[in-house]
Structures are given as C-alpha cells and as structure tokens.
Design a protein around this ligand. Structure first.
Ligand code: ZN
Length: 130
C-alpha cells in the first residue's frame, strides 16, 4: 500500500514497477525463444494491465488517501470523528485493476456513523476522481 509521498518517490516507485515488468518480459522471452511478435505482444498486454493498475494506484494513493489535517465532524452529532485507518477500494479500470485506499473515520458517539472523506478537488486543469 502507498501512503502520500513526494513526486520523486512516486516516480521512483513507477520506475521500479516498469523495470520489474521489463525483466519479466526478458525472462518470458528466454523461455519462449520461438514466440511470434503477436505472442510477445499478447504477453506484454497482460503485463501492461498489471503494470498500469499498480502505477495508477501509486499515482492516486501517493498523492492523497483522504487523510484530513483536521478531524472531520460527525454529520449526526457534530462531534469530531476518530481516524480509524485505511480501507482498500478496488477499481477495475480500463487500463488495469488498482487498489486505492481511503482514510476512514468513525464517530465515537454515534456507532456506525462513518465517513470516507471525498478526494480533494482536482487542481486546475485536472479532474476529480469521484
Ligand atoms: Zn456522531
């Protein structure tokens, strides 16, 4: 799982994933030396989905997991909510499957009253994920 981290760290995580994918392709080609270009492509496509899923999770989780500097207030009673941890959120995207994570808060007063704060509004020229 990824927690918010610097752009340089996110980029380095991406480079690691890309290297891993390339190495896997090299290993696969070693064991399939007669593979046609189409077969190599089919193998790459599978791995690309895995890579993209991880990269998108890195990109999104590494920026913002919904953690609030100030504790959010309960909609029911107005009391400050308690940070409980992170919950996974699986997304089956067009480019790959990603596991995003969201900060999770619970009201100590009203049991069961929980919130997942929405993502920050996108920066100019960006767009919201939700
Ligand atoms: Zn409450």
């Amino acid at each position: 799982m990824t927690r918010p981290q610097s752009r340089a760290r996110r980029q380095s995580a991406f480079m690691e994933e890309a290297k891993r994918m390339y190495d896997q392709m090299e290993d696969w080609y070693d064991t399939h030396p007669q593979a046609s270009f189409g077969e190599i492509e089919a193998e790459a496509r599978k791995r690309r989905r895995e890579l993209m899923g991880k990269v998108l999770a890195e990109l999104v989780n590494g920026r913002d997991a919904g953690t609030q500097v100030e504790l959010p207030k309960c909609k029911q009673c107005g009391q400050k909510m308690k940070f409980e941890g992170y919950r996974d959120w699986s997304i089956h995207g067009l480019e790959g499957d990603s596991t995003l994570e969201r900060a999770y808060y619970i009201c100590p007063n009203c049991k069961g009253e929980t919130i997942f704060p929405p993502r920050r509004k996108a920066k100019p020229a960006g767009r919201s994920l939700e």
